[in-house]
Design a protein around this ligand. Structure first.
Ligand SMILES: [Zn+2]
Ligand SMILES: [Zn+2]
Length: 394
């Protein structure tokens, strides 16, 4: 094996017990998005100990941070991303307590190769709160905080290895209709029915769905639909997610859904308020050159090709917004023995076992080895940049 990579793996093994302890501590103390005070404190302390500079509370988000190490020698800027938010009720059922220590372990390993002089470059670790809700990567991307990165890397825990794939661009829209209350039996003619507007909106969206591309996903709920059947509802509200494989097409779909909503207001005489109830996510654009390099490292580490599935994520990730700013990958790492689904209690419990902690450290080695390859091979970096430039132009 390459000497630089040997250094990386040795360093991650040496510091492994500390990273396992961090995952276990964060896993045992789940915190919701933008409230991850315990986790961000613990991770920040660790980065300081590892010799990184640390800025907390980036963009006025108290639980975010950016840590940096500069080797002083020329080379690429490697971004590694940490997530550490949990889910309501079920805690760390998405395994984010493994993601954060995996990325920091990767940073520590890569730093060892840099201090030994095997490669040059800089490492930046991003603490990105609230992946599950109001993803911090969205404002961080908009503020240009990833624009100078040569790569952005992270890996997500899962029940199998999966290549970095696609995720959908997404808008989250709320439609609120205001009408006029009236007794539904005594004087219905004096009322304006806000629930009718919501029902019209749903039937228009259902009709629209037939004229959309197969990658489109339009799904909504009625979160307010009146108070009693004998009162004409003067207020009704629906929330929708509008998704597709590209930001451009999602924008088109969102404009059409808004026209459906306006039509429903016109039909019923209601007034309409449209708002975004969550941040909009862009599609994940996997950099295939970088992704192949990550796969090559998996294969070199003894993972068989048939153990690596192809990426086909139909959800939406806030890493999407990062991936349109710099070359990025979001592969999945096997951390549980059987096929347990994310966001379940069974996955949460398994993600605290030794097997999962081993998977976390293995993922760290693979991320660091991939970053090492890019730092060591300027032709590879040039190919990654060229693919990114072409993908962004499309
Ligand atoms: Zn999740
Ligand atoms: Zn997740």
């Amino acid at each position: 094996m390459n000497k630089g990579k040997q250094l990386i793996f040795k360093e991650i093994d040496r510091l492994g017990p500390g990273f396992r302890a961090i995952s276990l501590a964060i896993g045992a103390k789940p915190e919701l998005g933008h409230e991850e005070f315990f986790a961000s404190e613990l991770l920040g302390e660790e980065l300081l100990r590892l010799g990184f500079s640390l800025e907390r509370g980036v963009l006025d988000m108290p639980t975010s941070f950016i840590a940096e190490y500069d080797s002083g020698k020329p080379g690429p800027l490697i971004g590694l991303l940490c997530e550490y938010d949990a889910l309501p009720e079920i805690g760390h059922a998405c395994g984010h307590h493994l993601i954060c220590s995996m990325s920091i372990a990767a940073a520590a390993g890569l730093k060892a190769a840099m201090t030994a002089g095997a490669i040059g470059g800089r490492i930046r670790v991003y603490g990105t709160p609230a992946e599950e809700t109001r993803g911090a990567k969205v404002p961080m991307s908009e503020a240009g905080l990833f624009d100078d990165c040569d790569l952005a890397l992270m890996a997500h825990p899962y029940h199998t290895f999966e290549q970095s794939g696609q995720s959908l661009a997404m808008d989250a829209l709320q439609f609120e209709y205001a009408g006029k209350a009236a007794h539904a039996a005594a004087n219905p003619h004096e009322g304006i029915n806000a629930l009718d507007a919501v029902l019209q909106l749903f039937s228009s969206v259902n009709a629209l769905r037939q004229q959309t591309r197969s990658d489109a996903r339009l799904h909504g709920i009625i979160d307010s639909g009146g108070k009693a059947p004998n009162i004409i509802p003067d207020y009704a509200s629906a929330k929708f997610y509008i998704r597709s494989a590209s930001r451009a097409y999602t924008n088109e779909l969102t404009a059409k859904v808004i026209r459906c909503a306006e039509g429903a207001a016109l039909q019923t005489g209601c007034t309409l308020k449209v708002s975004n109830y969550e941040l909009s996510y862009d599609e994940l654009m996997t950099n295939e050159t970088l992704s192949s390099q990550f796969n090559a490292n998996l294969l070199a580490a003894g993972i068989a090709p048939d153990q690596i599935e192809s990426g086909k994520d139909n959800g939406s990730l806030d890493l999407g917004n990062v991936s349109v700013r710099c070359p990025a990958i979001h592969p999945y790492i096997k951390v549980v023995r059987e096929r347990l689904l994310l966001h379940t209690e069974a996955f949460r419990d398994a993600a605290m076992e030794d097997y999962a902690l081993d998977g976390m450290l293995f993922g760290a080695k693979m991320l660091a080895a991939t970053a090492f390859d890019v730092c060591a091979d300027s032709a590879l970096l040039a190919r990654i940049r060229e693919e990114f430039a072409q993908a962004v132009r499309r």
